[in-house]
Design a protein around this ligand. Structure first.
Ligand code: COI
Length: 355
């Protein structure tokens, strides 16, 4: 683990763990939380002594700015356990850098690196029993920061809370997903906050996604706000297209999240000599490829979703089904990634961090 230097974290122990009440075989994503949470307050221009306390509701003033102006950022990470009982994180430094990038964009204070890694390390050691071994089992970790200052004046707050909560997880999607390509709504625009993991980016997706659900699609592939002619990312994932034997994915920009899974898949593919074209992807070329049969696969990549195959997409009133491939890239890269995450394979890139 990076930068773990001795540092005070005030720990309040719980009298009784909730773990016995949890059915680990039947988890729905993000509904069950562990025994503890990490909390650190920002007041008087300074992050205060961090604490780990029993998981419990927060008390906030109704005028806290997060409720009114949405100053809130978050991350998604996972801890994995191997067959020896050792637990690992995957590229946690990327999540650390990204939450501070998101905070900076929302005029929120950056969180210190030693607080983050010490907090995470101490919290995960306390929650060790919640990290279940077995491929597909993980502990989803949600660091987040919110503006807590009591005031409805429309400017950035001067008081914040940084928290880390954890939720045991299995898969995010049950089965392959269908996606609708956006033609009207947009997720983000140039100069906006699309690259930040800001709560508001997700809130803005719910309404158009519900409309897509009414048409039988679970997610939207967002397109560029100006022309709706270029594929960008899906609701909780970056997106890859396999045309013949090459992969295509949109470049990151100020509109697109710089996904950790996305960049890991690009590195894995390149190491195997698979061409990855990182360039603007026209909706029309994907539609053409679906029609002429050269579109072999679409898959999403994200921490929660891992690698999620897309079985069909909708665009402009047409529905395009994708045939399951025998040598699916999605299956192959999902396994290659998870082998590293679960300490079943060599880690040539140095991505794994032992807790
Ligand atoms: C993640 O993959 O961690 C995400 O951000 C998805 C989340 C919105 C469920």
């Amino acid at each position: 683990m990076k930068n773990v230097v001795p540092q005070t974290i005030k720990i309040t122990k719980t009298n009784e763990s909730k773990i016995g009440q949890v059915d680990f075989e039947n988890l729905s994503f993000g509904k069950v939380f562990t025994d503890y949470m990490f909390v650190c307050d920002y007041v008087n221009g300074k992050w205060q002594t961090p604490e780990i306390v029993p998981y419990s509701p927060l008390t906030l003033d109704p005028s806290a700015r997060v409720f009114h102006y949405g100053q809130a950022v978050f991350e998604g990470m996972k801890a994995y356990k191997d067959d020896n009982g050792d637990a690992f994180l995957f590229r946690p430094d990327e999540n650390f850098k990204r939450i501070n990038k998101s905070s900076a964009r929302l005029a929120m204070p950056e969180f210190p690196e030693d607080y983050f890694f010490n907090g995470l390390n101490t919290l995960l050691k306390l929650e060790d029993q919640w990290i279940k071994p077995g491929f597909g089992n993980s502990l989803y970790i949600r660091p987040f920061a919110i503006a807590t200052q009591a005031s409805v004046s429309a400017s950035e707050a001067d008081e914040y809370k940084f928290l880390i909560i954890c939720s045991p997880a299995q898969s995010y999607y049950s089965g392959d997903v269908s996606v609708l390509v956006a033609e009207e709504y947009s997720r983000s625009a140039n100069g906006g906050i699309g690259y930040a993991k800001a709560a508001g980016n997700y809130a803005a997706q719910f309404y158009p996604t519900n409309l897509a659900k009414q048409e039988g699609y679970q997610q939207i592939i967002w397109t560029d706000a100006d022309t709706h002619q270029y594929m960008e990312e899906a609701g909780t994932m970056n997106v890859f297209f396999r045309v013949n034997d090459s992969l295509l994915t949109a470049p990151t920009s100020d509109r697109i999240l710089d996904g950790v899974t996305r960049k890991s898949l690009i590195a894995l593919a390149e190491k195997e000599g698979i061409t990855v074209d990182v360039r603007p992807v026209k909706v029309s070329e994907i539609v053409e490829a679906a029609k002429d049969g050269s579109l072999k696969e679409i898959f999403g990549a994200g921490t929660a979703a891992v690698v999620s195959p897309v079985k069909a997409f909708g665009y402009s009133g047409e529905h395009y089904e994708l045939q399951k491939q025998e040598n699916s890239y999605a299956d192959h890269f999902k396994k290659a990634l998870m082998d590293i995450q679960y300490n079943k394979a060599e880690d040539p890139f140095g991505w794994r961090y032992k807790i």
